[in-house]
Design a protein around this ligand. Structure first.
Ligand code: SAM
Length: 288
């Protein structure tokens, strides 16, 4: 197998010019042009020759070449059909890669894991298109796709949001959801000059390692996430008012007040002060 040869500005420009490629802003196209960053991502993902890896948005195949060398099999899903002939060219020496021209949000990833990895947990690695980071990550977790880890490049601010706790301005529904399903770890901060074209914001590589068991126990996971969403949709309001006003919930003010009291929270508490364990306790009280 050929060693990865993309990942630097010169080679990237050569490929782009050969195919007269035009960047599509709507697809969040910022291609990696730094081999150190690529090495960091591959190392953090801890890929072995046993692994089936799903890559979201291969672009011109830069990271795909690295993944192909490290993994048993790589499945790369790319929405932009203009990139498909480029990928056929840059990945021609890698016989363990399949490219699918599709929107990742429409792919049945659970089926993919069944067909290519006997239903065993897969690894997801990507330099994500930033406009759909949250739906992609939440989709992977909420659909209960068998996942071992997700190692992705995201906007720095989003990486921060995923790993903070209560009492910070970045704390929100994404923090709680990510931490319910996985252990987040920021691998590296990545400046705009590592991409072509340069994004306007800083980026970070974050690894989310799926928990074997959820860190808190709740009798109704769906209800817990409805409570979390309602609390942060109106984060300046008290918890009672946010939950009472939510169209997703149908508890009376009295029921909510009673549950809050039973959990030992103060009457005027706001959702942003609650931990994951607090939300689980509140869910269990409201279910009683
Ligand atoms: N992996 C390449 C790299 O690191 O150089 C490209 C990363 S670029 C940030 C994001 C890639 O995702 C682009 O190739 C873009 O066309 C693709 N993309 C955007 N939206 C997508 C979607 N909904 N499904 C699949 N791929 C998508």
């Amino acid at each position: 197998m050929t060693a990865p040869y993309l990942g630097n500005p010169k080679r990237t420009i050569e490929v782009l010019q050969k195919y007269e490629f035009v960047f599509q802003k709507k697809f969040g196209q910022n291609f990696l042009i730094d081999t150190h960053v690529l090495d960091k991502i591959i190392n953090a993902a801890e890929i072995t020759k046993e692994d089936f890896v799903l890559e979201i948005g291969p672009g011109i195949g830069t990271m795909t070449q690295y993944l192909a060398c490290a993994a048993r099999e790589v499945y790369a899903v790319e929405i932009d059909k203009a990139l498909i002939p480029i990928l056929e060219d840059t990945l021609q020496d890698y016989d363990n890669v399949t490219v699918l021209n599709e929107d990742i949000l429409k792919v049945d990833i659970r089926k993919l894991a069944e067909e290519h990895n006997q239903g065993k947990p897969i690894k997801v690695v990507a330099n994500l298109p930033y406009y759909i980071t949250t739906p992609i990550i939440m989709g992977l977790f909420e659909e209960h796709v068998p996942i071992e880890s997700i190692t992705v490049m995201v906007q720095k601010e989003v990486a921060d949001r995923m790993q903070v706790g209560p009492g910070t301005k970045d704390y929100g529904a994404l923090s709680l959801a990510v931490q319910y399903y996985a252990e987040p770890y920021i691998v590296a901060n990545v400046p705009p000059n590592c991409f072509m074209p340069r994004p306007k914001v800083g980026s970070a590589v974050i690894r989310l390692t799926r928990h074997k068991e959820a860190p808190v126990k709740t009798v109704d996971e769906k209800l817990m996430f409805r409570l979390i969403r309602a609390s942060f949709n109106q984060r300046r309001k008290t918890l009672v008012n946010s939950l009472k006003n939510s169209p997703e919930l149908s508890f009376s003010k009295e029921e909510i007040q009673a549950a809050i009291a039973a959990c030992g929270f103060s009457e005027g508490v706001r959702g942003e002060a609650l931990t994951l364990a607090d939300f689980a306790a509140l869910t269990n009280e409201l279910k009683k």
